[in-house]
Design a protein around this ligand. Structure first.
Ligand code: AMP
Ligand code: GLY
Length: 439
């Protein structure tokens, strides 16, 4: 089939890389991405958010399946546009994408579906929100209702901080229209995990679980980013957690969305907090995570494109999609200053050393045959034939191996071979797994 991927970062590079290996894919297109993506897929000269022109392109090029990476095109209605033209796309409609676009909507659905989540209240009025904060006292979380580029959530120690967060969103308009409404909820403790399910409107299958690392510095310090690294599977949670998430979260949510006349078709991403076996949903997203996708794609076996096509056509059926039992780790190489301001256009070196390279550490040499290393491009560009930085998250060094320990070593070896001025990475990706299960 002819497949088009929409998006242009590390997640989309990983998707293109894996889709390229799907036996059923014989031609791959991607919206103008980066040098990594462009080496695998024919570039489509249309921006990911230009949904009408993407539909024109898909019709003209007879694309059999379009796979959407980021949330913006989905919240802009790319699925509706494609459906109206009889084109097949995996991703929810604009109405169903409200699960990510509006936190109050997602909370309402969770309440109706009986999905476990933090206690919450929703406010459109500043004074009422302030009064509620004073009544809550203690730790709490203030969330801008709409999409705020991952910056709309304030995890607060107490009243003072929460009042500032409410004022920022509702009085000072820091998040624009996205912050006119806020959700205020109890602050939960535990470990976070990302779970992904491929949904066809009524049924779902698990795509897997990964743990992200959102804060920019080691030990989960510093401001939140899009994600600094991920690993999969997450051994500190036992296998029954996945089944519980399917039955306690995914299935009831699909039921309520269907009953409302807005069935969910696409990848449902539940961000969860797990505390001694108790799980609660922090948020829903309507797409694969970045960098979780990079870790998952290192484990995917079988024909991913066929599984996505079946879900897009509304009849998820038994297919040969599976995750390998291997572990995968990915480490994000970021620009100095990210998630704040950063410089672009800095030269990247060392990538050529990684292709075909073997891990050097004696401890992992035994597994060389089994270790796979791959570097995904996130924010890179080609200038005068040289690779340069072009974003906050620049590259993602990923590895898969029979054990998490080996995968982690291999990912860091690759990350250390790459150089660019101001390169920043976290050194503790997957450390929580080792703390729970000493290797
Ligand atoms: P969200 O966009 O809702 O996932 O929130 C972003 C981040 O804020 C999450 O990844 C958590 O680290 C944190 N967070 C959100 N809600 C809560 C909560 N109720 N309790 C504790 N931390 C939270
Ligand atoms: N890594 C978290 C996200 O993609 O939202």
């Amino acid at each position: 089939m002819r497949v088009m991927v929409v998006g242009k970062g590390g997640r989309e590079h990983a998707l293109c890389w894996r889709l390229n290996q799907s036996p059923s894919v014989w031609k791959l297109f991607c919206t103008i991405g980066n040098p990594g993506i462009n080496s695998l897929a024919t570039p489509v000269p249309v921006e990911p958010n230009d949904v009408k022109r993407l539909a024109d392109f898909a019709a003209q090029e007879r694309i059999d399946l379009t796979v959407v990476g980021p949330e913006e095109p989905l919240t802009l209605g790319i699925a509706d546009e494609f459906a109206a033209r009889g084109l097949t796309l995996i991703g929810p409609t604009k109405a169903a994408a409200q699960l990510e676009a509006s936190k109050s909507f997602a909370k309402q659905i969770m309440r109706e579906a009986g999905v476990p989540t933090a206690d919450f209240a929703v406010f459109d009025d500043l004074e009422q929100a302030r009064a509620h904060v004073r009544r809550m006292c203690g730790p709490m979380v203030v969330k801008a209702d709409g999409l705020a580029a991952g910056k709309g959530v304030a995890v607060c120690e107490g009243v003072e901080q929460a009042l500032r967060a409410v004022d920022d969103a509702m009085a000072r308009g820091v998040f624009g229209a996205a912050g006119r409404r806020v959700v205020i909820e109890e602050r939960l403790a535990g470990q976070e995990v990302s779970f992904f399910a491929l949904c066809d409107g009524t049924g779902a299958m698990a795509l897997g679980m990964a743990q992200d690392h959102k804060p920019v510095f080691d030990g989960d310090r510093g401001p939140n980013t899009g994600g600094m690294g991920a690993y999969s599977p997450v051994p500190q949670f036992d296998a029954s957690l996945e089944e519980r998430i399917m039955s306690e979260v995914v299935k009831p949510t699909l039921g309520v969305m269907g009953a409302r006349g807005t069935p969910f078709r696409g990848v449902l991403f539940a961000g969860l907090m797990v505390d001694r076996g108790r799980l609660k949903v922090l948020e829903f997203n309507v797409r694969l995570g970045d960098p979780e996708c990079e870790a998952l794609m290192m484990r995917v076996e079988g024909d991913l494109a066929q599984a996505l096509l079946a879900a897009a056509q509304g009849h998820l059926c038994a297919n040969d999609f599976r995750l390998s039992p291997k572990s995968a780790v990915c480490v994000v190489l970021a620009s100095r200053g990210y998630p704040g301001a950063y410089e672009k256009g800095l030269p990247i070196t060392g990538l050529e050393r990684i292709d075909g390279s073997a891990p050097s550490d004696a401890k992992i040499r035994w597994a060389i045959e089994q270790v796979r290393v791959k570097v995904f491009h996130a924010g890179t560009a080609s200038r005068d034939g040289c690779l340069v930085t072009d974003g906050g998250r620049v590259l993602v060094a990923a590895a898969s191996a029979p054990t998490l320990e080996v995968a982690t070593q291999a990912a860091y070896e690759a990350a250390d071979m790459i150089e660019f001025p101001g390169k920043h990475l976290r050194r503790d990706i997957a450390a929580k797994a080792f703390a729970a299960n000493p290797a």
